[in-house]
Design a protein around this ligand. Structure first.
Ligand SMILES: C[S@@+](CC[C@H](N)C(=O)[O-])C[C@H]1O[C@@H](n2cnc3c(N)ncnc32)[C@H](O)[C@@H]1O
Length: 288
């Protein structure tokens, strides 16, 4: 990315100090107004540090200049994607919030066994893939002859960086710490030689999952709308209260009647759409 641009004036003495809070302010406004992300102070601090590192490496002398020369010039371009990638917190883990996976094994799998046609499940906000792969592993443990013709696990996230990591399906020792030895043996290929310490998900599981970048704030989602289950866990924390309700309404439209919605255990919801009934804490069923 070139820094010098003869069309733009050099920084004036009225400009804020490079890399200062004032210099960062236009980026915060861009995040809020164009991407719809409002970060708490500690997350903003983290973003500021990470962005500074990236921009300095590209030769930029300050935030506001990058804002003016990159974000303003192409507001939907690579600059925006970099901001999204750096500002979203992608914490996740295999079998995180175990109650949802017990629910899958006990309630969802028996229903899937009975279902005719393709069964679709959606991990909305899949981060680096641990969630959809955990879903696939539970289904593989509980349903015989599972195949991509029978079950599709749609896996989407706002950040293209995490979607690419998820699709690569390679994890390190720390990331597989919570996986039982039985599952590790059955569902992971252990790297050898230069790949020692890395674990790749086996094709049987990988093939069930399809990855795609998707912003849940978009008004239209190019996805099927007959999901048997949607996991949208720990994503609405990035949404304002009114947006949370919109998100829930939108998710409900993508469930078939009788389908299930799992939200994160710690998420505070402003209410739930009339079509959903609470089945257990953080688990809802579409009734009409
Ligand atoms: C904390 S992680 C949760 C991952 C996983 N669902 C879990 O519970 O382990 C939140 C994920 O939501 C994604 N996200 C945030 N805002 C989003 C949006 N508007 N649309 C889609 N994904 C979003 C982030 O990129 C991040 O990967």
């Amino acid at each position: 990315m070139a820094f010098s641009d003869p069309q733009l004036p050099p920084p004036s003495s009225n400009d804020p100090e490079p890399w200062s809070e004032g210099d960062f302010a236009p980026i915060i406004a861009f995040l809020r107004n164009r991407i719809g992300i409002s970060l708490e102070a500690h997350r903003l601090g983290l973003l500021q540090a990470r962005l500074r590192q990236r921009l300095q490496a590209k030769g930029f002398p300050g935030f506001s200049l990058w804002h003016d020369r990159v974000l303003k010039v192409d507001p939907a371009g690579l600059g925006m994607q970099l901001l999204i990638d750096l500002s979203t917190v992608n914490h996740t883990a295999f079998f995180r919030e175990a109650n949802h996976f017990t629910f899958m094994a006990e309630r969802l799998s028996p229903a899937i066994k009975e279902a005719r046609g393709v069964v679709r499940i959606w991990s909305a906000g899949c981060s680096t893939g641990q969630e959809p792969y955990s879903m696939a592993m539970v289904l593989a443990e509980t349903i015989q002859n599972l195949s991509p013709q029978r079950v599709e696990i749609w896996s989407t996230d706002l950040s293209s960086e995490v979607v690419a990591t998820a699709a690569a399906a390679v994890y390190n020792t720390r990331e597989v710490t919570g996986v039982s030895p039985t599952r590790l043996r059955r569902f992971f290929l252990r790297g050898t030689g230069p790949r020692d310490g890395s674990y790749r998900i086996v094709p049987e599981i990988r093939d069930l999952c399809k990855f795609k970048r998707l912003d849940l704030r978009d008004p239209v989602w190019p996805l099927p709308n007959d999901f048997h289950a949607i996991f949208c866990r720990n994503v609405s924390i990035y949404f304002a209260e009114d947006e949370r309700m919109q998100l829930l309404n939108h998710l409900a439209q993508y469930l078939r009647v009788g389908g299930w919605l799992a939200m994160g255990n710690g998420e505070i919801l402003p209410g739930v759409p009339a079509s959903l009934r609470k089945f257990a804490p953080s688990i809802y069923r579409k009734e009409q």
